[in-house]
Design a protein around this ligand. Structure first.
Ligand code: H2B
Length: 105
C-alpha cells in the first residue's frame, strides 16, 4: 500500500502541478481535484481515453465525470485513505495529456 503524503508534501506537489497560468489543482477532503474545459466533446473523450490507458498501466484509477466538453476529476488512493504519490503521478500525466491535446487543437 502506498504511504500517505504529508500536508507539506501535498502543498509542494500542488505548487508543481499548478503553473502560474492555471490554478487547476486543489486539495479537498483528502483528494486532489481538478476540472478541464476542452474544445468539444470529442477532445474531452480523447483526454479520458489517454488518461484511461495510463490509469490502467499504473493500476491507479481516477474518480471522474464528463459533461459535454467538461471533465472533473478527483484523485485519491482508496487503499490508503488519502493522497499518495500515485495520485500526484496521475495528476502529472493528466496535465501533460491535456497540454498535448490543447497544443494539437
Ligand atoms: N485506484 C485508486 N485511485 N486507489 C486505489 O487504492 C486503487 C486504485 N487500488 N486502483 C487498486 C486499483 C487496487 O484495488 C488493485 C487491487 O491494485
Amino acid at each position: 500500500m502506498r504511504s500517505l503524503l504529508t500536508d507539506t508534501d501535498i502543498q509542494n506537489a500542488l505548487r508543481h502541478l499548478n503553473t502560474e497560468a492555471t490554478q487547476r489543482w486543489r486539495l479537498r477532503e483528502k483528494a486532489l481535484l481538478a476540472d478541464w474545459v476542452f474544445a468539444d466533446f470529442l477532445q474531452a473523450m480523447a483526454f479520458m481515453q489517454e488518461v484511461a490507458a495510463v490509469a490502467h498501466r499504473s493500476d491507479h484509477h481516477p474518480e471522474w465525470s464528463n459533461v459535454y466538453n467538461r471533465v472533473s476529476v478527483r484523485l485519491t488512493t482508496h487503499d490508503s485513505g488519502g493522497v499518495t504519490q500515485s495520485d500526484v503521478a496521475l495528476a502529472q500525466a493528466m496535465n501533460s495529456i491535456s497540454q498535448a491535446l490543447a497544443l494539437h487543437g
